[in-house]
Design a binder for this molecule. Structure first.
Ligand code: SF4
Ligand code: SF4
Length: 154
C-alpha cells in the first residue's frame, strides 16, 4: 500500500518535472523538441562528422585549412572521406577501442552540448544507437486536436 503510494507520488513528481522541462524549453528557450536519455559513450558521434560553417558544409580541404585557425576543435579533425554533402571527418581524440574521448576535460562546447536539436535544422541526424532521443514538445495528437478544434469553430 505504502509502496504504491510512494510510486504514485514519484510518478507525479517525474511527470511535473517533465512538464516543467517542456515549458522551459518551448517558452523560454524557443525549442521544439525536448532531449531525453543519456550518453552511452559509444563514440559514434565522433566519427563520420560533417563540418558546417557559415551555413555551408565544408566541401574541400582548402576551406577546411582556413577554418582550422579559427577554433582549436577543428585541429582535432581528420578528413576520412568525401561524399555528395561534403568532406567527412573523424575526430583524432576518439579512442576507437574504448569509444571514449581522450580530450574529455578539454573538449569543445559543441561536444559538451551534443546533441542539440539544431542538428536537425542542419539536415543532420542522431544514430539509432545513440542514448539520447528527441521528443516533440507538442505531440502529434495535440497538434491534430488543435486543428480539429479550429475546423469545428469555423
Ligand atoms: S552517439 Fe550518442 S550515445 Fe554515442 S557517444 Fe555520441 S552522444 Fe553518446
Ligand atoms: S573532442 Fe572528444 S567528444 Fe569531441 S568529437 Fe572529439 S572525441 Fe568526440
Amino acid at each position: 500500500m505504502i509502496k504504491k503510494l510512494v510510486n504514485t507520488i514519484l510518478n507525479k513528481i517525474f511527470y511535473l518535472q517533465f512538464e516543467f522541462s517542456k515549458f522551459f524549453a518551448s517558452k523560454i528557450l524557443g525549442r521544439k523538441y525536448i532531449r531525453t536519455g543519456k550518453c552511452k559513450g559509444c563514440g559514434r558521434c565522433c566519427q563520420r562528422i560533417y563540418v558546417r560553417h557559415s551555413k555551408n558544409i565544408i566541401k574541400n580541404e582548402e576551406e577546411f585549412e582556413r577554418l582550422k585557425s579559427q577554433h582549436f576543435f577543428y585541429g582535432y579533425l581528420k578528413v576520412i572521406d568525401k561524399d555528395e554533402s561534403g568532406l567527412v571527418f573523424e575526430c583524432t581524440k576518439l579512442n576507437k577501442d574504448t569509444g571514449k574521448c581522450t580530450a574529455y576535460k578539454h573538449r569543445a562546447l559543441i561536444c559538451r552540448q551534443y546533441p542539440m536539436e539544431e542538428i536537425f535544422m542542419m539536415g543532420g541526424i542522431i544514430t539509432e544507437e545513440c542514448g539520447f532521443k528527441f521528443v516533440p514538445i507538442i505531440s502529434f495528437e495535440e497538434i491534430l486536436n488543435k486543428v480539429k478544434k479550429n475546423v469545428v469553430s469555423k
